[in-house]
Design a protein around this ligand. Structure first.
Ligand SMILES: C[S@@+](CC[C@H](N)C(=O)[O-])C[C@H]1O[C@@H](n2cnc3c(N)ncnc32)[C@H](O)[C@@H]1O
Length: 260
């Protein structure tokens, strides 16, 4: 089954969703953990629309360097435009399992919401370790979809929708394995945190409002779900909001790793 496509429409959808205050707050936590310093060289693996590369560029300044890497040309176009006024940012085509950089090229690296799409995690983390200098640090963030709480009346339909949505990535429950995978790749893991996306109300500028439409589109035609089923699921969520008992909560987990 094909996973989510980051074509032009998919890239714009991520760009919109990742501009919501929920994901802005997530980025602030990732940046605080990464703590990029002036003059450092930082790699952003799966840089997507380039929000994080842009923020890291402001932290390292023109004496540093930021390399964003992503296999999606549509994402790279957005990221290049976003970072155009910072010539110390370079956005390149590439894949997490085959990083086009020499050993020890970076002081730090970050990868948020990317490894859950990468089938060969031992290889991706070996590449991450290889391109960091000894003592270099990495920050990795991914979602565990088992942490999803989303209030619906029709729980059976909701569970079918969530099961079909899990097909959008390779590893729907990667965070619980990440610390072990990082240690086996030659990292120490001094810090792990949870970042909660929490929407007690439904309004347009939330992660869940943006994501529900994407989910409805992705799951239609999968696991027997018809367009009527997904319309009913959306209507159920909107009815919860109309009745004043909307609730969405989802956990992302973030890991600070140090190259031993
Ligand atoms: C949900 S977006 C996250 C973008 C960005 N890291 C952020 O947090 O704003 C996922 C990104 O991972 C990229 N991606 C998927 N598979 C990848 C791979 N094997 N190597 C590198 N990036 C990949 C996609 O093209 C997409 O831009």
């Amino acid at each position: 089954m094909a996973t989510l496509e980051f074509d032009e429409e998919g890239a714009r959808q991520v760009e919109r969703t990742y501009a919501t205050p929920d994901v802005v707050a997530q980025r602030a936590q990732v940046l605080a953990l990464l703590a990029p310093q002036p003059g450092e060289r930082v790699l952003d693996i799966g840089s997507g629309p380039g929000y994080l590369s842009e923020a890291i560029a402001d932290a390292v300044g023109p004496t540093g360097a930021v390399h964003g890497l992503d296999p999606s040309e549509a994402m790279n176009t957005l990221a290049r435009a976003r970072c155009a006024s910072r010539p110390w940012v370079d956005i390149e085509d590439g894949d997490a399992v085959d990083l086009p950089f020499p050993d020890g090229s970076f002081d730090a690296a970050v990868s948020t919401q990317v490894y859950e799409y990468v089938a060969d995690m031992p290889r991706a983390l070996a590449e991450l370790r290889r391109v960091l200098r000894p003592g270099g640090r990495a920050v990795v963030l991914d979602t565990d979809w088992d942490s999803l709480v989303w209030h619906t009346e029709d729980r059976a339909l909701h569970q079918r929708v969530v099961a079909a949505w899990e097909e959008h990535l390779v590893h729907p429950r990667l965070p619980r394995r990440l610390a072990g995978l990082l240690r086996r790749a030659g990292f120490t893991v001094p810090e792990q945190r949870v970042v909660v996306l929490f929407n007690p109300q439904l309004h347009a500028e939330t992660y869940s409002a943006n994501t529900m439409e994407l989910i409805a589109k992705f799951v239609t035609g999968r696991q027997g779900l018809t367009a009527e089923d997904t319309a009913a699921w959306l209507a159920d969520l909107r009815a919860r909001a109309d009745e004043g008992d909307y609730l969405f909560s989802l956990n992302r987990y973030v890991f600070l790793a140090t190259a031993a």
